[in-house]
Every structure is written in C-alpha cells, then in structure tokens.
Design a protein around this ligand. Structure first.
Ligand code: UDP
Length: 330
C-alpha cells in the first residue's frame, strides 16, 4: 500500500515506518523534524513540512496519492501540556484537523490515529478497557479526546474510517539500535533514568511516593515500541480488510511502579545512579494498565517483548549508541 506517515521521523513513527517498510509498503513521511530526525527514517521518502501548511500537504497528497494515513505527529508530554495548553490544542487538534481536511480533499479515507491512555484520566477500574468513560486530567489527554470525538463524527458522516490506538507507556528501542528515543529533553521515565545512569543528569527524580499503590509510586503499563509498531500493521490490515472503525488499547495488561522501573534500570546498566524522591508531577494518574483484549481478538496481535528487562536493555543499548554519535558530531 501507499501510506503517508505524519511524524514518521519521530520515536514511535520511525519504528512503525521500519515495520511497514519491512512489509514492503511504499511510504512517504511527512514531518517538520521538530523532534524527529531524517536519519531515523529507514524506509520511504521524507517531505519536510508543517501540518499547518495546507499547500505543502496538498502537494504531498497530490504527488504521492496515499491510500492510508498514519498520524503520529503530535506533542506528547503531559507536564508540558499543563504549562502550555495552547500549544497542545494547536499541534494536536488544529493541525490534525488540517490533515483531515487534506485527506478529504484528496479522497483518502483510511486513518490510523495515535491516541493515548491519558484519555481515561484516573480510571475507576483497572485494567482500563475501551468502554471506560473519557475523563482526561491534563490538556494532552483532552487534546486526544477532542480528536477522537472529531474522528467519530467524521466516520459516522460517511466515507471515512479509522482505528484509534490508545497507547499506554511506550518504551524500548530497535533491537539492532538503529533507531530509538532521540530528543534532547526527553521526560519519560525510562529514558530519563538511563540518561541519569549515563551521567547526563545528576539524579533521577521520583515524582511522588504517596500514591495509593503498593510502594507509593505510580504504576504504568510499559509496552515495547516494536510490539506497538506491530499493532499498527495489524490495525491497518484490519481497517483495510473490514472497513470497520474501531478504538483499541495497546498495552500488556500489567504494570510496574516507578521504583520497580528504577531498580530494573540499575540492574540492566549496572550503575547505581542517584535517585531523589520529590513531589508529585502535575497531571499524573496513580495507575494506568491496559486491557488490550480487543486488539488481540480483532487483529491477532500478541506481544513479543513483554519483558521489562528487555525493554530497558534495548533502550540502554540505544542510549549508549546515540550519545556516542552525538559526541562524534560535536
Ligand atoms: N516519572 C518520574 N521521574 C521522571 C519521569 C517520570 O518519577 O523523571 C514518573 C511519572 O511521574 C509517571 C511515570 O514515571 O508516574 C511515567 O511517566 P512518563 O513521563 O514516562 O510517562 P506518562 O505516563 O506521563 O506518559
């Protein structure tokens, strides 16, 4: 298939581009390279452009004639979204509307949309399934709920269908260390812990130890990025074969606390890096675990890397390679 991938130079997008390329699809990455890198695109071509730029989008759609779009380009940091909400509504909502307009103008009716567990807010049942109410507690989650609502309405109006994948905590890297998380100010726990082990930060902050969990720290369902990439391939096949709009959670169905992640990171790296317990970070729910029964049932998806040590090992291998590469460029 001919597939246009927005944000394909970024962390998750580049792993999905790798998986799609390995399946033989023809790919066009549309990315402004604000956080992504052209070297991360292992297959297909790049158009460097803004989603806000309808003319650039039109040119890309006219020249490439995609049959489907995978939309990864978005801002994703919960805490930043609390401080800069407008940025999140601009990037995640307004720019997505622009993309949807372009899809409509060019008759492209298949979309895989990147959503998030943050749409659930603080779920009253765990694991969270797709039928749970959407009560986001931060602008990031709200921006994704807004887009899910838009998509629902466009799909019911007619000639458009989509699958929204609600990601839980995506982590790890390509097992061959060709690509991985590569932005300077990464705030995610595993990346932050590994950068601390590597000496890039003096210590790792554990945000909150008074949550209602066994050890007082937040619990998350960490999913390896290649398992998530495989979920996209399967979701796309499902969408094209059945023409059915669906929403599916992506996670393993069990979680680890911040303290557990820290201890595995210390074990994998062999480095006893400094850790400090601090106040809670704004916008963090205590626990997020996916019920991914639907994804498994409808697409046949099965995790291949459900192993926190493997996830952290691949992230660590990548971190070492990426930082030596950065040094070499200096
Ligand atoms: N966290 C932490 N220290 C950090 C980064 C994250 O204690 O330096 C915690 C954060 O408060 C949350 C969990 O780790 O409870 C996962 O956060 P992350 O930013 O990785 O993902 P999120 O769940 O916010 O998407």
């Amino acid at each position: 298939m001919k597939i246009l991938v927005t944000g394909g130079a970024g962390y998750i997008g580049s792993h999905v581009v790798k998986a799609l390329g390995e399946e033989g699809h023809e790919l066009l990455v549309y990315d402004n390279l604000s956080t992504g890198h052209d070297w991360a695109i292992l297959y297909g071509k790049l158009v460097k452009g803004e989603l806000a730029d309808s003319r650039c989008l039109d040119e890309a759609f006219s020249a490439f004639k995609p049959e489907a779009v995978l939309h990864f380009a978005a801002s994703i940091q919960v805490e930043e979204s609390v401080r800069k909400p407008l940025r999140y509504y601009r990037n995640n909502v307004s720019n997505s509307l622009n993309l949807l307009d372009a899809m409509e103008r060019h008759g492209v009716r298949n979309l895989i949309y990147s959503s998030t567990a943050a749409v659930y807010g603080i779920p009253d049942r765990m694991p969270a399934d797709e039928t749970m109410p959407l009560n986001p507690i931060n602008p990031y989650g709200t921006s994704k709920v807004m887009m899910e609502t838009v998509l629902r309405d466009i799909a019911s109006a007619g000639n458009f269908r989509y699958i929204a994948l609600r990601y839980f905590n995506v982590a790890g890297a390509d097992a061959q260390s060709r690509i991985g998380q590569a932005y300077a100010d990464a705030t995610h726990l595993i990346t932050r812990a590994l950068k601390t082990a590597h000496g890039e930060y003096p210590k790792l902050s554990v945000f909150g130890t008074d949550y209602p969990t066994a050890d007082g720290t937040c619990i998350r369902d960490y999913i390896h990025v290649d398992d998530l990439a495989d979920a996209h391939i399967r979701a796309l096949n499902y969408l094209v074969e059945t023409g059915r709009t669906e929403i599916m959670n992506c996670g393993y169905g069990h979680g680890f606390s911040v303290k557990e992640v820290v201890s595995v990171a210390k074990k994998v790296t062999g480095i006893d890096f400094p850790v400090e317990e601090t106040d809670r970070r704004a916008g963090d729910p205590p626990e997020l675990i996916a019920d991914s029964t639907k994804l498994r049932r409808l697409t046949g998806w099965q995790p291949r890397h459900d192993d926190l040590e493997f996830i952290i090992q691949t992230a660590w291998d990548w971190e070492l390679k990426y930082s030596s590469r950065l040094k070499a460029n200096l």
